[in-house]
Design a protein around this ligand. Structure first.
Ligand code: CU
Length: 166
């Protein structure tokens, strides 16, 4: 199993987000910084909430919830989504999955035409791979989706509703 380091994941998906955080007027509180555990990357002090999400055959499952149950996210909060693709596939080779964020799916181009996070599509993981993704929830309240657009998976139901709340 390949575990991406947090730094690699940032390079993959979050570098722009990290820059955004650094110039934010919010910043971490002094107490959050003081409480930072040894071994954590400095940016982890910014995380408000962490969700562990399993990817398997045509499902996403947030730890503690049913498969493909909706997720509610709060505008302005910073979430760390920790994905684990546990899909070994029928012959044990591993099945790739991705998690894209948006609405208005385009099933020929295999993405969302409207992105939840500006300029960010999401994350791709091979079978057996783990990866994480940190972002601040944009001020776009309403119903959005997280879907897997690897061939056939979205159509087979690998998508969940994201409820973005103020
Ligand atoms: Cu998938």
């Amino acid at each position: 199993m390949i575990k991406k380091t947090r730094r690699q994941t940032l390079q993959l998906a979050g570098a722009a987000l990290l820059g955004g955080l650094a110039t934010s007027t919010l910043g971490p509180s002094p107490s959050a910084l003081a409480q930072q555990a040894p071994g954590l990357e400095p940016w982890e002090a910014y995380i408000d909430e962490k969700l562990e999400i399993e990817m398997g055959t045509n499902y996403f499952q947030v730890k503690g919830q049913e498969k493909n149950a909706p997720i509610t996210l709060k505008v302005g909060k910073i979430y760390l989504l920790e994905f684990a693709n546990v899909d070994k596939g029928v012959i044990g080779r591993g099945v790739p999955h991705n998690a894209l964020f948006g609405k208005d799916p385009d099933l020929s181009k295999r993405f969302y035409k409207t992105l939840l996070i500006d300029n960010v599509f999401g994350i791709d993981l091979e079978g057996g791979q783990e990866g994480e993704f940190a972002f601040r929830v944009p001020d776009k309240p309403g119903e959005w989706e997280m879907g897997s657009f690897v061939t056939g998976q979205y159509e087979a139901g690998m998508k969940i509703t994201l409820i973005i709340k103020k």
